[in-house]
Design a protein around this ligand. Structure first.
Ligand SMILES: *[C@@H]1O[C@H](CO)[C@@H](O)[C@H](O)[C@H]1NC(C)=O
Ligand SMILES: *[C@@H]1O[C@H](CO)[C@@H](O)[C@H](O)[C@H]1NC(C)=O
Length: 193
């Protein structure tokens, strides 16, 4: 018996090395199987949203507050380089002020250009209606406000917009020279799951 076992031992070893037992217990620590789609993501889709962004400076309920003024030196540029405003702007379905509220744009913009009026925009769109209620998109980009169409990247999102990436195109719908109030059309193209 012992002799037979000793005779078979090399064969058993060879066999177990060629066909190792499967199962997590036998996997070396550096090797782990990964589920192909652990977050159960469905196929990526492209969505297009259109809405109007209301930057309200005048009246009893402004949605913009100036938080930083540029230092008063003789270097101050005509663009107001260095100024920063914080915003909580309504996003509506139509350009009219009383139109259906879809969400808000919360964040800030600053004058980041010493030449033409160019803003750095950093804002989150938080949606407040329908299935996107509570989901957000984050926009970070350059906004030369006197250009007809300004494009800025969508750099991420939350909720139904997890893994979002895309771009917005902003074009001024109306601008009140006296008050500074602005209504801007936003077209958002975003890839998400
Ligand atoms: C600004 O310039 C004027 C004259 O050009 C000068 O008298 C004044 O001191 C300057 N102010 C500052 C803060 O540099
Ligand atoms: C959106 O979500 C908030 C908080 O979960 C809830 O209070 C509100 O009623 C929702 N709005 C709509 C239109 O579903």
């Amino acid at each position: 018996m012992t002799k037979i076992f000793v005779f078979l031992l090399p064969l058993i070893i060879t066999f177990s090395q060629t066909f190792p037992a499967t199962g997590a217990d036998h996997n070396p620590a550096f090797l782990k199987s990964v589920k192909r789609n652990p977050m159960k993501l469905r196929t990526e889709k492209l969505s297009h949203f259109q809405f109007y962004w209301h930057d309200i400076i005048s009246g009893p309920n402004p949605t913009v507050v100036n938080i930083i003024q540029p230092p008063k030196t003789n270097k101050t540029t005509p663009t107001g380089f260095g100024m920063v405003n914080m915003i909580d702007d309504p996003l509506t379905e139509k350009p009219e002020t009383g139109s259906q509220l879809l969400g808000r744009a919360q964040g800030f913009y600053g004058v980041a250009s010493q030449g033409e009026l160019g803003l750095l925009m950093a804002m989150n769109f938080v949606f407040l209606t329908g299935k996107y209620n509570g989901s957000t998109l984050t926009v970070l980009g350059r906004n030369p406000v006197f250009h007809k169409v300004r494009e800025m990247p969508v750099i991420g999102g939350s909720g139904l917009f997890r893994f979002a990436r895309g771009y917005v195109q902003a074009s001024t719908h109306s601008f009140d020279l006296k008050t500074g109030d602005a209504v801007v059309e936003y077209n958002v193209h975003v890839l998400h799951y």
